[in-house]
Design a protein around this ligand. Structure first.
Ligand SMILES: Cc1cc2nc3c(=O)[nH]c(=O)nc-3n(C[C@H](O)[C@H](O)[C@H](O)COP(=O)(O)OP(=O)(O)OC[C@H]3O[C@@H](n4cnc5c(N)ncnc54)[C@H](O)[C@@H]3O)c2cc1C
Length: 420
């Protein structure tokens, strides 16, 4: 076999690429090459979960498919090929114990992403996978059923080619969008690419109520457990998410915002609910309490409903109600305004953090052009995709790494079958 001739070439040594390589080289009889532009593999994997690597989630596979916006059902076959339980078992069988943290997030017991990367590299080594570092792929050409891959002045040939170059987020890790160009060259459509899993900057609440609104530093650090947040665009409800919300020095973050950020655009309004009951029942409760505890200051009354002090202060300011006003002194109009702000407090999105901060990319290679049972291109036979380069982005909680492993496995299994 000529030196530069391979059975499969995989572009990108992230989790999707490495796991695909391990899978398709399992009988060690085939030459599998991974080309990686950086000098080391898995740089983003090493950053995952702040270095602790939230590798997957303990939820049911049925619940998994709901965690990728509108595109989760594309992953059904990939999850059937390699589920969260398969991934946990694979790690356990290879000496990595896992633990389940809050909300079902799964981590390696060591809380070290490096342990996962070491395992992937060891498995590649054991299967005879060649990894060439510092090889940035510039071009992929397809000719008579085989691929010519050009990287760092060299040309490599192969029957099968897998694009696992990741998305656009954290470009310093190596994933800066090359894979979209290669896929486009092969006729693929790239859907709109926007940052996902990212905080947003907001202007203070309601412009209408506070002309010349300014940022809201005084709320920074406040967490609202299980807040319900509704995204409105052009005065129409777009989507509602529920989860923990965090106020930052210049806007909103926390899992609920990160998860819905794939849909958020500047100019959108986020309506945050600080209470769990409906408008009507909260108002009823408020009326009752003000009757029974009329001498109590309204701010204390609201705090006793579990609303944080600084939020209560903001809501009173926005309603133009003095902080020392007694609950019996609140008139109907003031009450309606208070309840409405507690139930649906609007924040206008001024900007969304970019790809340097976003943990994932919303958009990618159009899923309509990829066979979900094999991960093979419907347009260019022999070309495969796995991981974040596809139009797949998951919520926080380990869903992105699971998608990278599952799609890498499915692509690898398909290529392995084609070898035989
Ligand atoms: C800070 C941070 C924390 C995260 N934490 C979590 C978490 O805890 N849990 C979770 O599920 N997800 C997490 N994610 C998301 C997750 O890391 C990614 O979804 C996952 O790494 C995607 O895997 P991938 O293999 O598709 O792509 P990547 O990991 O991006 O790997 C792509 C590889 O391709 C290489 N490459 C790109 N272009 C070329 C080229 N032209 N030639 C050769 N090589 C090329 C890159 O250098 C890179 O090594 C996090 C992301 C970030 C940024």
């Amino acid at each position: 076999m000529p030196e530069n001739l391979y059975d499969a070439i995989i572009i990108g040594a992230g989790p999707a690429g490495l796991f695909c390589a391990i899978t398709c080289s399992k009988d060690k009889n085939h030459r599998v090459l991974v080309l990686e532009k950086m000098n080391t593999a898995g740089r983003k994997l090493l950053l995952s979960g702040s270095g602790s690597c939230n590798i997957t989630h303990s939820g049911s596979i049925k619940s998994f498919v709901q965690k990728y916006g509108n595109n989760g059902s594309f992953l059904r076959h990939a999850f059937a090929a390699f589920s969260n339980n398969d991934l946990i078992e694979y790690l356990n069988n290879n000496g990595i114990n896992t633990i389940e943290a809050d909300n079902g997030k799964i981590f390696p017991e060591s809380m070290k992403a490096g342990e996962i990367l070491d395992l992937l590299l060891r498995k590649c080594n054991e299967s005879g996978v060649e990894i060439m570092y510092g090889h940035k792929v510039h071009e992929i050409l397809r000719d008579k059923g085989s691929f010519r891959v050009r990287a760092s002045g060299k040309t490599f040939l192969s029957r099968y080619c897998v694009i696992t170059t990741g998305g656009l987020s954290y470009p310093g890790t190596g994933s800066d969008g090359d894979g979209f160009r290669f896929s486009g060259d092969q006729g693929h459509t790239i859907t709109e690419l926007t940052p996902a899993l990212t905080p947003v900057k907001t202007s203070t609440t309601i412009d209408a109520l506070t002309p010349g609104s300014k940022p809201i530093p005084e709320l920074s650090g406040i967490t609202i457990k299980n807040a319900s947040v509704t995204l409105n665009r052009n005065n129409r409800k777009f989507v509602t998410y529920t989860g923990d919300l965090l106020f930052t020095h210049d806007g909103l973050s926390g899992p609920v915002i990160l998860d819905m950020s794939r849909y958020i655009n500047p100019g959108d309004t986020l309506f945050v609910s600080f209470i769990h009951s409906s408008y009507e029942s909260f108002e009823e409760e408020f009326i009752l309490k003000s009757r029974n505890e009329g001498k109590r200051m309204v701010k204390n009354l609201l705090q006793s409903s579990g609303v944080p002090e600084r939020i209560v202060q903001m809501i009173l300011d926005l309603s133009r109600i003095p902080h020392d006003k007694k609950s019996s002194e609140i008139n109907r109009e003031e009450r309606k305004k208070l309840v409405s702000l507690l139930r649906d407090c609007p924040f206008t999105v001024t900007s969304k953090d970019g790809f340097n901060v976003a943990m994932a990319t919303h958009g990618g290679i159009s899923l309509e052009e990829i066979n979900m049972r094999t991960m093979e291109s419907k347009l260019a036979p022999g070309l495969f995709f796995a991981g974040e380069v596809m139009d797949i982005d998951g919520d926080t909680g380990g869903y992105n790494l699971q998608a990278a492993f599952s799609t890498g496995k499915l692509a690898g299994d398909t290529i392995y079958r084609k070898f035989r």
